[in-house]
Design a protein around this ligand. Sequence first.
Ligand SMILES: [Zn+2]
Length: 461
Amino acid sequence: MTEQQQTPADPRAADLAARVRDLMPGVRSDLETLTRIPSVSLPSFDQHHVEDSARTVAELLQAEGLQVEVVREGGQPAVIGHLPAPEGAPTVLLYAHHDVQPPGESGWDTDPFEPTQVGERLYGRGVADDKAGVMAHVAALRAHGGRPPVGVTVFVEGEEEVGSESLPHILERHGDRLACDAIVLADSHNWKIGVPALTTTLRGMVRVVVEVRALDHGVHSGLYGGAVPDGLTALARLLATLHDEAGDVAVPGLMSSEAADLDYSEDDLRADSGLADGVSPIGTGSFLSRMWTKPSVTVIGIDAPSVDRAANLLTPVGRAKLSMRIHPAEAPGTAYQALKEHLERNAPWGCQVSVTLDDEGSGFAADAQGPVYDAARAAFRDAWGGVEPVDIGVGGSIPFVAAFAERFPQAAILVTGVEDPDTRAHAANESLHLGEFERVCLAEALLLERLGALGKDGSHD
Ligand SMILES: [Zn+2]
């Protein structure tokens, strides 16, 4: 694609594109400054770096003319910046997070906290997830000379990577100042290099512990084996009932639907997941449906005697932890009940089964229609040189999306992203594609422009 083709036809859009291009060296330099702060929010890491990154984000927003406050409700500091709306214009909330995952023990080819360019990519922990999200918001403000045609509230959280635990309290306490007509959550990914995406669904999550008891206490496996069941074998049989022969989840009553029809082949799945040779994928339907809009159940832990220490004993109790991912629109409470009933009903040999809820989180299914989505799709198309954005799902859950959806039910929610399939967020060698990053910044500048043109009422349709 030539530079020529990428310049949007509309003169105002072309003007913004030229401005963003001029701004990118400064945006990148600020991104590097942020990346050099090792703001790992995991409590075992030095938390003063998270304070530093909050302060640095606050200064960046202040420099754009926003009224800024650093808030905290028992957790890590979040930054709120506000620019009032011009008369009659809507207000847009721009979300990102300034904390990062730990760098991990090994595997980095460069220093994780010294951003390094290799080819078209910039490497470093947090350089994409989600400090590029922070800088995309700053870049959009800069592109409008600090005077966008909409009100802007920037909200940059400091504990997304450890579960956003105090976010509900922040939303409760400071929600009035975050009130908005549209929300842009810049923490997901695009479909591939050159193809932008809006994340319109996220699966929800239910995690349980199941315990299967066969005996009051362990007994000799030689003396009683054959007549008396053991808890571990019973657990194994129970876990085997969770899937049918094809590998679909066999728990009745769970919601499922078809995902968007995008190209994703078995070869893509094998390459992306590292499936071992000869192993088949499980389930039925398109691969994307299996990962985005159908339920899944995974055994993530088992308490059992270790192989090295195993005695000739009928083990009285087996325990397992199960992670279930659920349809974006399914209520976690309903899904939990369905799983619990299935496990209780399938107890082998009358063994005692008890199920306890360990954690749950709501999914997200955007109403991906209406003027805000139209504006976003047009902005993306212009920023990506005419390439139509696609709607994608994410199989995992992002707790903060549900929190915003619940607190601001009137606002249209756009989940956008700076990542691409090679970003490796959370892993070693995390990186940002610099060409795509410029398009992300431009898309957001164009989006603010289009939302301003929409006026306040348009965003409520
Ligand atoms: Zn993130």
